[in-house]
Design a protein around this ligand. Sequence first.
Ligand code: AMP
Length: 214
Amino acid sequence: MMFDEFGLCAELLRAIAEEGYTEPTPVQQQGIPPILLGQDVMAGAQTGTGKTAAFTLPMLQKLKHHANTSVSPARHPVRALIITPTRELAAQVFESIRTYGKHIPLRSACVYGGINIDPQIADLRAGVEILVATPGRLLDHVNQRTVNLGQVEILVLDEADRMLDMGFIPDIKRIIALLPAKRQNLMFSATFPEDIKRLASQLLTAPVRIQVAP
Ligand code: AMP
């Protein structure tokens, strides 16, 4: 499949062309169609495989109809939540969302710890459709009631095995408990140790399984 065969909108195809991508990578080939269909996905893919675009492109396509110019924060609830283990990965994923989504007027924000929370609060208060977050800082926002996750439609756990290594699984479970039961779940992990398999079996419904070489 080529990028123009997935049924992605013109705004996304334009952004892809502007990045100079000519062909989807294997994880994009295998991941984009089921994600567009609304299926849960469990993907074994490392950094460098193009995994970020594999979930970001169909996510933007699916959320596109929510784009609106209202100034009311209530019209911009969080629809997609991407959780990453580190601030570096959060910033990278956020950058990809900005890049691939540059022709689609959805709002996005990135929240992680180790920096002043106030600008993040301002972003969240204004309303964002797409939120990239590390687990601890996201829970800080939940506790301060600066974010509401009650309208999340798509959850992405990126580098799930690293979240396990860093001891974030209890935080992840706390976050998942705040989400609507009916949602699409996407899990990306380089490796699948037992604890990750168990989390996947609790989190994912009839997932499409993808495995690509590093
Ligand atoms: P990731 O695995 O998501 O960290 O992506 C690794 C790198 O591959 C990033 O720098 C992307 O910009 C790049 N990339 C993603 N998809 C493609 C593609 N289809 N063709 C060429 N480069 C790509």
